[in-house]
Design a protein around this ligand. Structure first.
Ligand code: HEM
Length: 447
């Protein structure tokens, strides 16, 4: 008897791949209208993928995460990050790596970073001039890069810092548009024919980044100092259950993973938050009232607990998922999910976008309504900006802390305005999504 499978999109696989690269949101939206919240996409060179936006099905996936291969499904990221990236690991190796990397991202450690985040924000935004337009996403990217360099890499000055900063920015910006992102998906573009080809440039920059990181690791090892609280120092000191430390290659590749995973994602979310807050004076007013209620020089951790600010961040991450979908899950054996029988080697992709625009969970999903997060609680399979199961984003607590502190610091110091009131679309940027044009704003005064 034939196995029952979800609807399959009938257009040619090359056409679907082009749509997935050029407009992953519009493409999912159209497919959902025709085929519902579970359907099969065929991507040329990648194969069939089951897109899933149904909360029950997502819950079944999260509770059975050990039955999937997830690192193998992230193979597309290997040329960028290297084979020692946590994102590409599975099974015991993945569990070991999470244990090694997790501690600096949680609990008290996190609090020690709060002051640094606020100071970095003040330093970078102090360069704004009255009425001079700036691109919010670019400023936020400067802040989040500085946060990663300082908190994760332990670098805030010196020659290596001066070299790494522009190099990392230009390396990441190599996939800043749908067209330039296509080299991540199309293998035939991944040919290193020297500096005049995009892939050649990408590889050459990557090599220089690795050399600088290696020098930094060696210097830290030779001048080890107990007091260092940056994440690289903590990673170097961490040991697994067999007493093994991470190798230099592992350290370098994990640093790049943290940079990739944590830098653009946070900056993009901040840009969207500024966009929505400045489209609606009611939201801005409520935020200011709440932040001001803490008095002068509030404790960073008190800011992080403000309910309305938290709701604004949650709604931003709902409406503007930074990734169109979470990591793909490949079935290791036959599995029944949402009543469908999937064979081994099936790729299931829980879609953040499809889930976050479910009308019965989020009435009027195209409207920005922070209140929905004050009125009800969402379960991990109803709201998943940071994914879930065994892969839940390692840096989610740092990301949320950073987003809240940057918003509070900027809003309480400056009056800002959008340069125009145009509707801004989500656009592909590498593996992620970002606001088209980056959200143009200007500072109109100081508070
Ligand atoms: C707004 C900011 C961020 C968003 C929206 C975000 C989102 C995500 C998502 C959706 C996943 C995949 C989870 C899954 O498949 O279940 C993920 C994984 C990951 N994220 Fe984040 N992330 C953010 C910030 C950060 C930061 C700041 C860091 C660290 C500096 C970070 C490090 C990671 C790592 C290492 C993984 C891989 C985890 C694993 O494979 O076990 N992320 N993130």
């Amino acid at each position: 008897m034939p196995q029952q499978l979800p609807n399959c999109i009938p257009t040619p696989p090359w056409w679907q791949l082009m749509n997935w690269i050029a407009d992953p949101i519009g493409f999912q939206e159209k497919c959902r209208q025709q085929y519902g919240d579970i359907f099969i996409m065929q991507l040329s060179g990648i194969g069939a993928s089951v897109m899933i936006g149904n909360p029950q099905a997502i819950q079944e996936i999260f509770t059975q995460d050990a039955k999937f291969e997830i690192g193998r499904a992230n193979k597309l990221a290997e040329p960028l990050l290297g084979k020692n990236s946590i994102m590409l690991m599975d099974g015991d190796r993945h569990r070991r790596e999470r244990k090694l990397l997790m501690p600096p991202f949680h609990g008290e450690r996190l609090q020690t970073y709060a002051q640094e985040i606020s100071l970095i924000t003040q330093k970078i935004t102090s360069q704004w001039q009255i009425k001079q337009p700036f691109v919010a996403r670019s400023t936020m990217q400067k802040i989040s890069l500085e946060v990663i360099l300082q908190i994760v890499f332990g670098l805030s000055e010196g020659e290596r810092y001066q070299q790494l900063k522009p190099l990392l920015t230009s390396w990441i910006d190599m996939t800043d548009s749908p067209l330039r992102s296509s080299m991540l998906f199309l293998k035939f573009l991944q040919k290193d024919w020297g500096e005049w080809t995009p892939w050649g440039q990408m590889k050459s920059k990557q090599k220089k980044v690795h050399e600088l990181l290696q020098a930094e690791i060696e210097e830290k090892r030779n001048h080890s100092n107990e007091k260092q609280s940056d994440i690289l120092s903590l990673m170097m000191a961490a040991r697994d259950e067999n007493g093994q430390a991470m190798t230099d290659e592992e350290l370098r590749e994990e640093l790049l993973t943290l940079l990739f995973a944590g830098h653009e994602t946070t900056a993009t979310t901040l840009a969207w938050a500024f966009y929505q807050i400045h489209q609606n004076s009611d939201i801005l007013g409520k935020l200011l009232e709440e932040i001001n209620s803490l008095g002068e020089n509030p404790e960073p951790m008190a800011i992080a607990q403000l309910p309305y600010l938290t709701a604004v961040c949650n709604e931003t991450l709902r409406m503007y998922p930074v990734l169109p979908a979470i990591f793909p899950r490949i079935t290791k054996s036959s599995m029944n999910i949402a009543g469908y029988e999937f064979e081994p080697e099936t790729m299931l992709i829980p879609s953040i976008y499809l889930l976050h625009y479910q009308e019965d969970l989020y009435p009027q999903p195209y409207q920005f309504k922070p209140e929905r997060f004050l009125e009800r609680q969402y379960s991990p399979s109803e709201y998943m900006p940071f994914g879930g199961g065994s892969r839940r984003c390692l840096g989610y607590a740092l990301a949320l802390l950073e987003i809240k502190l940057v918003l509070a610091t900027v809003l309480s110091n400056y009056q800002l305005a959008l340069v125009d009131n145009k509707h801004i679309k989500l656009q592909r940027r590498g593996f992620a999504l970002a606001p088209q044009g980056g959200v143009k704003m200007m500072m109109t005064g100081k508070r």
